[in-house]
Design a protein around this ligand. Sequence first.
Ligand code: ATP
Ligand code: MG
Length: 387
Amino acid sequence: MFSMTLPQGVQTILSVLRQGGKRGVLVGGCVRDACMGLPAHDYDIATDATPAETLELFRDFRVLETGIKHGTVTILIDHEPFEVTTFRIDGDYRDHRRPDRVTFTTRLADDLARRDFTVNAMAFDGQMLIDPFGGQQDAQAHILRCVGDPDVRFNEDGLRILRALRFAAVLDFVIEPQTSDAIHRCRNLLEQIAVERLFAELRKLLGGQNAYAVLRGYADVMRVFLPELSDDGIEAIRHTPADGLLRLALLTEGSDAESALRRLRADKKTIRAVVQLHTLTLTDARHLLAEAGIQQAHRFADYAAVCDRIDADRQARLHVELDVLEQDKPCLSLRDLAVNGRDLQSLGLTGQEIGQALERLLEEVLSGRLPNERAALLDAAKHSFLQ
Ligand code: ATP
Ligand code: MG
């Protein structure tokens, strides 16, 4: 027996639809995750109401109409957004990516049939699981299988190839043999997909528990858009924590990571973080923390160990030192320093001298030669800078 606890907001939406004589069901990831015993992270609702009918039924609620062209009305309940999408049939997929047009339908069966994988093609109406393609059984057995003929489905939308690999990496699915063969066969379709969409999937894939096995098994597919991917790079992530950024840095180690990531239209923050991991040098924990911040400093400890820049012992100690330092609310920048420019000005320093003196005091504190205490810093300033 399938069951799923629904948050109050979802229950409200389903009952408003029902009272309006319409059908409302949960679809997609939340039903799949429930079958696998995992908590849901968002709830997608599908309905036979047209977008106009949905707007009318929810006229007393706050709604957002931004997705309405694709049939989606977002309903806010206690400030939480829930997407309600009209059942759809997709039109032709001439560019292997986006259907030329969407057609609304009142048949749930048609809406489920257009979905990518059996585990993603189930619906729950609050009471019953609607599962025309055996998704529940596949979810419980961790099998990822296309709905219908895999070659046809990948030709309709090449992004599904990478979605399959992402689900396999994150949710530990084994890809069913016919779907798997089609992924290898159809891999060049990825060339036609917008790179930012590929990159978004890649990031999620790399954060998955099972990323190593997926990269090993599908390196030919990944290399269609990431020719930089080497066998050594794949081996490097074998025993790492499931951290997308760390793995991205390891996979692009030794190549021109910045160009590769730009080509994939990675966001600036990601590029900066990867380049920082490639270029940071380790002096001591305090400097590392000051330069990189706590999360990135821990990541660097793992990165440097995989790249053999530090040994396992140093890596373990570094993690501990970083945590201890972080708990002390350490002084890491001029902002945290117990003296400021005005203090130095009142000692008689002027102009550029002030900035230079502050930098030197910070360096003394970072290296542990001076405590971050006002009296000690003023004293040092008097003796060092005011001869
Ligand atoms: P996640 O846990 O990442 O949110 P999800 O399965 O909910 O996973 P979404 O991208 O949110 O993924 O899509 C919601 C649902 O829409 C999917 O479960 C699937 O049924 C359908 N879907 C999404 N993208 C595609 C696609 N490219 N082709 C076919 N169906 C798709
Ligand atoms: Mg989702």
